[in-house]
Design a protein around this ligand. Structure first.
Ligand SMILES: Nc1nc2c(ncn2[C@@H]2O[C@H](COP(=O)(O)OP(=O)(O)OP(=O)(O)O)[C@@H](O)[C@H]2O)c(=O)[nH]1
Ligand SMILES: [Mg+2]
Length: 539
């Protein structure tokens, strides 16, 4: 294809009912709107009501003013490809896209139902457009964003329906791409149509198809003369050489100038004029507004950080105290000790094979008592943690502390405690089994103790010793040797101390639940600031 006239700057070339498009700006404001709508002030901090008012007003401004305006401006510009039958309109559209979107052929006329091609991302912008009822719609990313290309039926058709459709399409076009051939450009039709477009100030370009090489200079001169005589010398003119008998698409290089030109029509000139027409002021006014909103969101995140710190710190002391209580053997006092004493006769004195059934039964009772004592210890740790959180929130002057206190469950959760006891008991059993894994001598000692204490008896003794029952420790030392026993008992006691302190800390996690809200996250404000940065880049 040969361009006879350099394309004029085309931001201005597209006039008409629909304004220029800037899908990116519309996208950016739509994204911003979504984030403003999702913004929530969770904590009742000072000034939060004003911030919420401001957020609502911003949302109204976006919904009622800026977005509708941008949407109207963003409606794609319609490029209608028109001309007589067989001029090569469908072939041109297919060749521009490099895909057969509209059937071309030798039957006259070929195109009866128009084909509208748009960029896949512009589909939403076309929703509800009245022309959609009479066209085949095809999404193809070969069309620049912000434009649609319509392959029209023939204007001078024998078929009345074709003629009326073609004329209706031209009425709604922002730009006419008029296709004619070297053989037919002298006909009356092209010129009457062009005259009408010109009278109305509609932008247009002309494609002259099948120009024989020999006639090129003459045809071009004649055509430019005619255009000049009608005051249309600024109309871009594209000439396609005659390729002889031809089926299918034209070579990409022959339609490259038309393609470039379309890209220009849709390009930055248009985007720039959108900004001009889209009340720069409205966009500028968004910045401090969104900034203020982001500050409000940041204040929420900061308050959340402070509250979280306070709550975590408040359980430090109960967590340490719970571990210390375990290490000092507090859990083995009282009921555990009495239960052991109740087993006198079978638990005291020499442990041998005699009376082992009674001994095992007594040990079983001790084990139940130990587990009960451990459960109490863990629940107490949890309760102390809970009380400490409650106290810290009550006396703290931190913003949001009272709000959080209201959300604190009235009693500490205990659901986890029984499972913790089981796990700890299982850990003690695994420790006891280690004593059975040493050399032959160690295994023999273990077997002897297990015979008189029962299969679970050794681990019962380890648990009882770990919670601080000296009598159980003595039996273990006598049976297995104090060096081995020291390790088993220490590991089991440390495990319990860790679990007790974790219970106290878990009271903090419980109250931190309400603070886990996404709007209180560290990066909640940066989302809004990011939107702002994108807008700044566009406007
Ligand atoms: N030699 C030559 N043949 C072409 C050219 N463009 C189209 N043709 C052929 O001309 C015939 C008509 O082409 P179409 O693209 O269907 O023409 P149209 O303008 O869409 O026709 P209608 O849909 O009937 O209005 C087809 O057989 C094409 O292969 C061209 O540039 N050179
Ligand atoms: Mg056609």
């Amino acid at each position: 294809m040969i361009t006879a006239t350099a394309p004029e700057p085309l931001g201005a070339a597209v006039t008409g009912r629909l304004g220029p498009a800037s899908p990116t700006l519309l996208d950016a404001v739509t994204d911003l709107r979504r984030d403003v709508a999702a913004t929530e002030f969770v904590l009742p901090l000072p000034g939060v009501e004003e911030a919420e008012d401001s957020r609502r007003r911003l949302l109204d401004q976006l919904d009622d003013h800026l977005l509708p305006r941008l949407r109207e401006l963003s409606a794609p510009g319609f490029v209608v490809v028109a001309g007589s039958t067989g001029a090569g309109k469908s072939t041109l559209v297919n060749s521009l896209l490099g895909t057969e979107v509209s059937a071309a052929g030798v039957l006259r006329p070929t195109t009866r139902r128009p084909v509208l091609v748009h960029h896949p991302d512009d589909g939403d912008l076309l929703a509800g457009h009245p022309l959609l009822e009479i066209v085949e719609v095809v999404a193809h990313d070969g069309v620049p964003r912000g434009l649609v290309v319509v392959d029209a039926p023939d204007l001078d058709s024998l078929l009345e329906s074709n003629r009326s459709t073609a004329h209706r399409l031209l009425e709604s076009a922002d730009l006419w791409l008029f296709v004619t051939t070297a053989a037919r450009y002298g006909d009356a039709l092209p010129w009457s149509v062009l005259d009408r477009a010109h009278e109305r100030g509609t932008s247009m370009a002309m494609v002259l198809n099948r120009v024989p090489d020999a006639a090129l200079v003459e045809v071009r001169g004649d055509l430019l003369g005619r255009l000049r005589a009608r005051g249309m010398s600024s109309v871009p003119l594209f000439l396609v050489p005659d390729l002889g008998p031809h089926e299918g698409m034209l070579d990409a290089r022959h339609v490259a100038p038309v393609r470039r030109w379309l890209a220009m029509v849709a390009g930055p000139d248009r985007a720039r004029s959108v900004i001009a027409r889209t009340q720069r002021g409205a966009l500028r006014a968004l910045r401090p507004w969104v900034d203020e909103l982001a500050d409000g969101v940041q204040a929420q995140a900061d308050a959340r950080t402070a509250l979280e710190g306070l709550v975590r710190e408040s359980v430090d002391e109960p967590a340490h105290a719970a571990a210390d209580a375990v290490r000092s053997g507090g859990a083995g006092d009282g009921p555990v000790r009495s239960r052991w004493a109740a087993g006198q006769g079978v638990l005291d004195g020499r442990w041998g094979r005699r009376r082992r059934a009674a001994r095992r039964e007594a040990l079983g009772a001790v084990d139940a008592e130990v587990r009960g004592a451990v459960e109490v210890a863990l629940a107490t740790a949890r309760g102390r943690g809970h009380a400490a959180v409650r106290h810290a929130l009550g006396v703290s002057g931190l913003a949001g502390a009272a709000w959080l206190l209201d959300r604190l469950p009235s009693a500490p959760a205990q659901d986890d405690v029984a499972a913790q006891v089981e796990e700890w008991a299982g850990g003690a059993a695994a420790q006891a089994a280690l004593a059975d894994a040493g050399d032959r001598h160690a295994r023999r000692r273990y077997a002897r103790l297990a015979t008189s204490a029962g299969p679970d008896g050794v681990s019962t003794l380890v648990r009882a010793a770990a919670v601080g029952l000296p009598a159980a420790r003595r039996v273990l030392d006598d049976g297995l040797g104090s060096v081995v026993v020291e390790d088993l008992v220490r590991a089991t006691r440390d495990d319990l101390a860790a679990r007790a302190s974790a219970q106290a800390r878990a009271a903090a996690d419980e109250v931190l639940g309400p603070l886990g809200h996404a709007e209180l996250a560290d990066d909640a404000a940066s989302r809004l600031r990011l939107r702002l940065a994108v807008l700044k880049g566009l406007a």
